[in-house]
Design a binder for this molecule. Structure first.
Ligand code: ZN
Length: 186
């Protein structure tokens, strides 16, 4: 698995990480990672995950994916507090063609995990990692090892905060607040 789906690491911009607030000198014991590890993130490629998932979905007894189907990939993410000082953000993908099976956590595949804040800057660093791969999959589809080309459509979701961050919306009270359209609040 280490060879087929390698996990690579990256560093998220340190200014986005070290902003723990005024009481950053206190509660050192609650920091669960060495300073060296803070700011580090890990990711694995969407294509390498598809290399494993698609053959399973296409060859099961009642195949979820049939030749010619479009693979609907949903990207999502969320942050959480770890102790009082650390924040972790995870990004996941799932194959929506599986229907209600995606509600099962084992059908959610993590693609990125980093220690840091849920912020526009951090997310843009992360998106830069996946940009090329997403572009490639969107434009050319996913090419399986047997040379089958599967068209890919991407979906994106998350809680309000995550979606708003990704779209660059400031607050629910701002002039252009809507996640779905460009309507003005007036
Ligand atoms: Zn709207």
């Amino acid at each position: 698995m280490k060879i087929l789906v390698p996990i690579k690491s990256f560093n998220i911009c340190s200014t986005a990480i070290n902003n723990y607030g005024d009481d950053s000198q206190q509660n050192i014991s609650e920091v669960e990672f060495d300073d060296e590890e803070v700011g580090n993130g890990a990711y694995r490629s969407i294509t390498s995950l598809l290399d494993i998932i698609v053959p399973i979905l296409a060859t099961s007894t009642s195949p979820v994916l049939k030749i010619g189907n479009k693979i609907n990939i949903r990207i999502s993410g969320d942050g959480r507090n770890v102790g009082r000082k650390q924040k972790h953000v995870i990004l996941t993908m799932c194959i929506l063609n599986e229907g209600e099976m995606v509600l099962n956590p084992t059908h959610q595949y993590s693609i990125c995990l980093y220690i840091g804040k849920e912020s526009y800057d951090s997310l843009s660093t992360v998106s830069a990692i996946f940009l090329q791969e997403l572009e490639q999959l969107k434009t050319n589809g996913y090419k399986a090892s047997n040379n089958t080309i599967w068209p890919v459509e991407f979906f994106f979701s998350g809680d309000w905060k995550f979606v708003a961050l990704a779209l660059g919306i400031n607050a629910p009270t701002s002039n252009y607040f809507c996640l779905y359209c460009d309507c003005h609040k007036d």
